[in-house]
Design a protein. Sequence first.
Length: 201
Amino acid sequence: MRKTEYPEPIRQLIAQLRQMPGVGPRSAERIALWIIRSRNDHPEQITNAITAARQAVRPCARCGFFATEELCDICADATRAADQLCVVEQATDILPLEKTSAFRGHYHSLGGRISPLDHVAPEDLRIKELIARVEAEKFSEVIFALAADVEGEATTNYLVELLKPTGVTLSRIAHGLPAGGGLESADELTLYQALSGRRQL
Ligand SMILES: [Zn+2]
């Protein structure tokens, strides 16, 4: 007996939606049916927003955060402390730190952390750019805000050794960040305390 299925275009749509993070088979089916049955143009608005965001947003040329110009809003903000640099793993780590208001300096996103198991080597990260910034921008302090797990620690240690010869003060945020979770899953108070309680290296 042949099993009845949705027509091919709906099955295609479900298959495409399933590629999105966090969307399982049931959600994909629900969203696909909502798109098909919508009586307004909300699905088209979503299509347009996807196209617009993908065309307009790029990584900031200096720090790696999300930008619509060459520099992001943080790098372009002249009121921020120009002498402090906070190094994070991912561009998505920056907003949680911003929300704590504990830091008003500049950021540098590495684009990941050193991870031999995932074949991520130092040259795959924005480390050359970091060294160049530390040499050119005359920071008085570089703060490391990487995850407190094995790979985050190893990456911090690697960078500390690289930056020591520059003579800049190096510090790290206090421990207490969820291991493996990175900064995204840490709550604001934990992050605030981690930033305020940073210690020199
Ligand atoms: Zn930037």
